[in-house]
Design a binder for this molecule. Structure first.
Ligand code: PMP
Length: 314
């Protein structure tokens, strides 16, 4: 992966090579960090780079920090402004992925959350597709279970909890699948390793509730809005059983990285007729237009990075 040229680190933007932590850093040893994943999309017609829903992402980052007893003076708007400055310094004119990361920075032994120095770093790298087969992915139901809210809260996007996601993803890929579905301890469908999930059953779009150990996805919320407002599809949040997925008409995963990934097979069973369904296909088109700033109605979700020349009056 291409390394960035700069990073926001210990309060300023520095060359990436200077953004380094020591091996005793608390977060490196104990997983006491939390992160975000934000995308920005290049719109070649407008020659503009648009960050998608940055304020929502930074609200979630600060909430994750709160769960970790980490307090920052930054508002979500401050973090957006730092990100804008960072990207302008990089000068990116392509699709990118932005990673804010808060972490317990003290170099000390002793597991806890309190009485530790908290830092925030941000960097951005060029980024395209996350799941190769995003129109016809084959997923399996993982033998791992999702971390529970009373063990490591999934809504926190806590670095340490991504060991759970890594177990899920590696086992799926080594077994030849593109991704995995993971169940809660009670056996309900929770999400993917780094994606929320949706199924269409009886023409209704259904996704697990936020109380089933999911990360409260920003793409999930975006898709719920687009399905309801643009397609007039009924959207509900409720628990989902594993075998409902085997029988549903359409299934897809959503995430900043995965975008809208169509799942056409689950554990060797075809979903619907085994091809991407019509609701999924329409949502993919809508989503790609919205994130690139091509739908005026949703332009408030698109944060432009570069200043535009005022139109010449001559
Ligand atoms: N679930 C998990 C576990 C994730 O890591 C992600 C990616 N951030 C998502 C869901 C999707 O969230 P979002 O749409 O906000 O990227």
């Amino acid at each position: 992966m291409t390394l960035p040229n700069y990073a926001y680190f210990e309060g300023k933007i520095v060359p990436y090579a200077e953004a380094k932590v020591g091996v005793m850093t608390h977060a490196l040893n104990y997983g006491t960090g939390a992160f975000g994943g934000v995308r920005a999309y290049w719109n070649s017609d407008e020659e503009q780079l648009f960050i998608f829903r940055p304020i929502d992402h930074f609200i979630r980052v600060l909430n994750s920090a709160k769960l970790l007893f980490a307090k920052f003076d930054h508002t979500p708007e401050d973090l957006r402004d730092i990100t804008l400055e960072l990207i302008r310094r990089e000068g990116y004119k392509e699709d990118i992925y932005i990673r804010p990361l808060v972490y317990k920075a003290d170099e000390t032994i002793g597991v806890r959350l309190h009485d530790l120095r908290d830092e925030i770093t941000i960097f951005a790298v060029p980024f395209t597709r996350y799941i190769e087969k995003d129109e016809d992915a084959h997923v399996t139901v993982s033998s791992w279970r999702r971390v529970d809210d009373n063990a490591v809260p999934a809504r926190g996007k806590i670095t340490g909890s991504y060991v759970n996601s890594a177990f899920i993803k590696t086992d799926a890929l080594l077994a030849g699948f593109d991704e995995a579905l993971v169940l809660t301890n009670e056996g309900h469908v929770s999400e993917g390793s780094a994606e929320n999930v949706f199924m269409v059953r009886g023409g209704v779009l259904i996704t697990p509730p936020v109380t089933d150990n999911i990360l409260e996805g920003i793409t999930r919320r975006t898709i719920m809005t687009l399905a309801h407002v643009e397609l007039g599809v009924e959207v509900i949040e409720r628990q989902i059983d594993r075998t409902e997925v085997y029988l549903c008409e359409e299934f897809f995963m959503t995430g900043t990285a995965a975008q809208v990934t169509a799942i056409t097979k689950v554990d060797y069973r075809a979903i619907g007729d085994g091809e991407m369904g019509p609701i999924t296909a329409q949502l993919r088109i809508l989503y790609h237009d919205v994130v690139r700033g091509k739908m005026p109605k949703y332009r408030h979700w698109n944060e432009p990075v570069y200043a535009k020349e005022p139109a010449s009056s001559g």
